[in-house]
Design a protein around this ligand. Structure first.
Ligand SMILES: Cc1cc2nc3c(=O)[nH]c(=O)nc-3n(C[C@H](O)[C@H](O)[C@H](O)COP(=O)(O)OP(=O)(O)OC[C@H]3O[C@@H](n4cnc5c(N)ncnc54)[C@H](O)[C@@H]3O)c2cc1C
Length: 384
């Protein structure tokens, strides 16, 4: 067991922190109010080479191993005050690119990945539907084969990057009666006839990340855009969710670290009853709780990532990491608001935004309840 980042990983973590701090964070209060995506930072992120970190270099990616990617994402979270931008970047890299890298044909990889890694094309992942969220396998979007193409019909809901995506990995069923065995994945390009963004959704937090509802009405998708074999969507879905659960929240470690440092500073500076509030045990308890939650989450996230790096199946460990990290993020940001008192409730102090940004962590990529079900199922299938 080795808990030390290598020199290169530490350097990369720091360069990601600096990049996010300088190029992504400025102007966040206004962008959050307007719900505006930072296109300039997106272009710079492409130039900086971080929009395809785990993708092999031959497809235009960074060729980073999982632990190095984690070190970078953690640093990014530490410097990035724009949680929506982080969500868009992580969704693009992890659930947009990875299914194509892992399951795409050579032709698909060469066509899509270089443009995605450079940032020229933004990607999205279309699984959830208005009536199929936690129970994603009950999805209704249909794909009917007609000679050399499929006809897609259905609606996808809550899709990160949906309104700005050039490429969407879409899950549909070729035959609902087959259940999971009917699920098939497709790569659908913006501009395909019958594919549209019916509306952009207004959110409580992560407001700078565009989220949308996507509609497919007799949308013809060429056979060559099928990802993997017909009826083989489940392995793609499971693998991408495992990556998402193990890696997407890494930035949260950095976010919680930044938040805790800010709270410690405030607790030392804010004086009430003639003393800094950090000298009151009830405030100390909140700070201590924030710290142990952060450190416990950190180790669980690292372990899940390390297992993925080693090629060890990590379904339960990824579920535990996702559950604990997301709950930590919400609990810590509630503590941060409380420690800052009335100032914490005001927009200009930026503490309330972290709370709003954090809530989605326990819902997306499988809610807390679904992670608990996954853990219990795993235990029961192993008979204890
Ligand atoms: C900011 C954001 C970004 C997202 N981005 C994407 C994206 O890019 N692509 C995509 O496909 N989806 C995306 N989603 C959708 C997300 O994956 C779903 O919201 C999530 O899976 C939950 O589904 P639901 O919202 O329909 O809630 P539901 O499934 O309706 O759940 C409602 C409540 O019931 C609970 N529940 C459900 N089933 C059970 C059960 N068996 N036992 C106990 N409790 C249960 C849930 O935990 C939840 O508390 C995003 C969501 C958010 C908030």
């Amino acid at each position: 067991m080795d808990f030390e980042w290598s020199f290169e990983q530490k350097t990369f973590r720091e360069s990601m922190r600096k990049f996010a701090e300088k190029e992504v964070s400025p102007g966040i209060i206004e962008r959050d109010m307007k719900g505006e995506f930072n296109w300039e930072a997106w272009k710079k992120a492409g130039e900086f080479g971080i929009l395809g970190l785990p993708i092999p270099e031959e497809y235009g990616g960074g060729g980073a191993d999982i632990m190095t990617m984690m070190a970078g994402m953690e640093g990014f979270g530490l410097g990035c005050r724009d949680a929506g931008f982080y969500l868009s970047l992580a969704a693009h890299t992890i659930i947009g690119e990875i299914p194509i890298w892992k399951f795409g044909s050579e032709k698909q990889k060469l066509k899509y990945l270089p443009k995605m890694c450079s940032g020229e094309w933004v990607s999205a992942y279309g699984l959830s539907e208005p009536d199929a969220g936690s129970d994603a396998i009950s999805l209704r979007t249909s794909a009917i084969r007609k000679a050399d193409h499929y006809i897609l019909n259905g609606t996808k809901m809550f899709i990160t990057n949906g309104p700005i995506a050039d490429v969407v990995v879409v899950f549909a069923t070729v035959d609902r009666s087959k259940g999971p065995k009917g699920i098939t994945a497709f790569i659908v390009e913006k501009g395909s006839l019958g594919f549209s963004v019916s509306r952009a959704l207004d959110k409580m937090g992560q407001r700078t990340s565009p989220t949308g509802e996507l509609v497919f009405e007799d949308c013809a998708v060429p056979l060559e855009n099928r990802l993997g074999e017909e009826g083989q969507g489940m392995p793609i879905l499971i693998e991408s969710l495992e990556w998402e659960r193990a890696c997407l929240l890494t930035g949260s470690i950095g976010v919680c670290e930044y938040e805790l440092a800010r709270c410690v500073k405030y607790a030392n500076e804010r004086v009430q009853f003639g003393k800094p509030i950090g000298q009151f045990q009830l405030i100390q308890e909140r700070l201590a709780n924030m710290k142990w939650r952060l450190e416990a989450s950190r180790l669980l996230v690292y372990r899940a990532a390390w297992m993925k790096q080693k090629g060890i199946p990590a379904r339960m460990e990824a579920a535990i990491a996702k559950l604990v990290m997301s709950e930590t993020r919400v609990a810590n940001s509630l503590d941060a608001v409380q420690i800052h008192g009335g100032y914490g409730y005001m927009r200009e102090f930026e503490v309330e935004r972290v709370l709003r940004d954090s809530i989605a962590a326990t819902i997306g990529a499988g809610s807390t309840e679904i992670q608990k079900i996954t853990i219990a199922r795993h235990l029961l299938s192993k008979k204890g």
